[in-house]
Write a protein that binds this ligand. Structure first.
Ligand code: NDP
Ligand code: HSE
Length: 447
């Protein structure tokens, strides 16, 4: 194993207590573990000599059949995974950052060597979602994959909404509980969710979309006012990741151009109606809704981060490989063995991201304006002229409103019906140019 932090310790804990688990667990031997700091206190009672600060010593050890990468980050994780593959070893990793960016390179190397690289823990923590997408739902034409796939931000948003807790304090709790990434900017700025939706996209649609091009907004700039206004209007705010097919269903040949299947993939804070199934997903829990033909809607729900849930997914992958090795006498999943195409999950078509201006959304907009007659009418006209239909428009008292000597101001919150992004942006440009509008203070998507 490479790494013995939150996830690594969770895996070691399962492997060292096989009683009552599947009998294959007892057949697994934790041979060597690479860490950064040998002096760091460890919660587990480990055999002397198990730890090393040299990850290559783990990967190169001829007695090691499966390399479990739970170091995190891009390097040395990528090089170590490729080194393990080159040595004909199966790999299990929880590292979504490396798979989202270097997944094709790693998959090609693994296919060439005839070894498995399994990644169940990389998305959704303890929720089985990778294997269901690869195998159980393989006969479907997937229309949309959407959901809450970052535990840290869901934990933060849930506690802010339920307790009015301060953002910084709740983030510190998420770090203490082992939910957050080594650099929590990856969580709160949306990058971790973007890594995960890139991985789910590849599995659901059979092709890779460029990870850096996925439009990504986090919760770090979310204003508590918008969470409050959303609640008054019957919504909760969640960080959602979405990957959906653009075009007709079933696809016509024209939908699959040289650029491949057109997909709308994105991550952003979203107003979710209080009655929607995703609105009730709180704390560190994640939920992923898969919509496919002919299955319909399938929802996956459970703990999305933390030692135990993530280790549960890592060990499932280890068992998968151990089971294949046992059934084939060590032949499959090692050099020269034939790979199960569903488990190996290679790409089978071209995919590309659609131009954002051509996507459609419902929107929430908060405007800071002068509190004077006719403002709402002018805003309504701008939307109307751009062909944007308004679902609701509400005025709230602005900051400083009514105080002696201050010009009175208002906050106007608009929720639109579903509209083409290009039309919506056109309307906002016109609204921003109105003398009575001081600022477009917030702009969020709505389910
Ligand atoms: P931690 O930071 O808790 O642990 C990282 C471990 O890797 C530590 O044991 C550290 O050593 C070791 N390490 C780091 N760099 C090196 C190096 N160069 N050589 C040897 N050892 C090294 O991370 P997590 O366990 O939280 O996360 C691990 C992976 O799992 C990441 O990819 C993360 O994204 C992913 N993941 C995490 C989840 C979670 O809930 N935490 C959930 C799902 C996926 P030392 O102990 O000496 O510092
Ligand atoms: N930091 C990640 C999260 C860990 O909070 O979801 C699980 O991938």
């Amino acid at each position: 194993m490479l790494g013995l932090g939150t996830v690594g310790a969770g895996v070691a804990s399962i492997l060292s207590t096989p009683e009552g688990r599947h009998p294959l667990v007892a057949d697994l031997q934790l041979r060597r573990i690479a860490v950064r700091d040998l002096e760091r206190p460890r919660p587990l009672n480990l055999a002397p000599g198990l730890l090393t600060t040299c990850p290559e010593a783990v990967v190169d050890d001829p007695a090691v059949d499966i390399v479990v990468e739970v170091i995190g980050g891009l390097e040395p994780a990528r090089s170590l995974i490729l080194r393990a593959i080159a040595a004909g070893k199966a790999v299990v990793t929880a590292n979504k950052a490396v798979i989202a960016r270097h997944g094709d390179e790693i998959a090609a190397a693994a296919a060439e060597k005839g070894v498995y690289v399994l990644i169940e823990a990389a998305v959704g923590g303890g929720i089985p979602i990778i294997e269901p997408l690869k195998q159980s739902l393989g006969g479907n034409r997937i229309q949309r994959v959407s959901g809450i796939i970052n535990g840290t931000t869901n934990y933060i948003l849930s506690r802010m909404a339920a307790e009015g807790a301060a953002y910084g304090e709740v983030l510190a709790d998420a770090q203490r509980l082992g939910y957050a990434e080594a650099d929590p900017a990856a969580d709160v700025e949306g990058g971790d969710a973007a890594d995960k939706i890139a991985i789910l996209t590849r599995l659901a649609y059979g092709g890779t979309v460029p990870r850096p091009a996925i439009p990504t907004e986090g919760i770090h700039q979310l204003d508590a006012r918008d969470v409050d206004y959303a609640a008054r209007l019957g919504f909760v705010v969640k960080l959602l990741a979405v990957a959906q097919r653009v075009g007709s269903e079933p696809p016509k040949p024209a939908d699959t151009t040289a650029a491949g299947l057109q997909l709308d993939v994105r991550v952003h804070p979203t107003l979710v109606p209080r009655g929607h199934p995703l609105a009730g997903v709180n704390g560190v829990n994640n939920a992923i809704l898969v919509e496919g033909d002919p299955v319909g809607q399938v929802m996956f729900y459970g703990p999305g981060a933390g030692a135990g849930p993530t280790a549960s997914a890592v060990v499932a992958d280890i068992l998968n490989i151990a089971g294949i090795r046992q059934a084939t006498g060590g032949g499959s999943g090692t050099q020269g063995g034939g790979l199960d195409p569903l488990l190996a999950a290679g790409n089978w078509r071209q995919c590309s991201l659609v131009d954002g201006a051509l996507t459609t959304h419902r929107n929430y907009v908060r405007l800071r304006t002068s509190d004077q007659a006719g403002v709402i009418g002018q805003i309504g006209s701008c939307f109307g002229q751009a062909g944007v239909s308004i679902q609701s428009i509400v005025q709230y008292a602005g900051e400083g409103s009514g105080a002696a000597g201050e010009a009175s101001s208002a906050e106007i919150v608009v929720i639109t019906h579903e509209v083409l992004e290009a039309r919506f942006r056109h309307a906002l440009d016109a609204i921003e140019a109105l003398a009575e509008v001081h600022q477009v203070a917030a702009c969020l998507r709505t389910l």
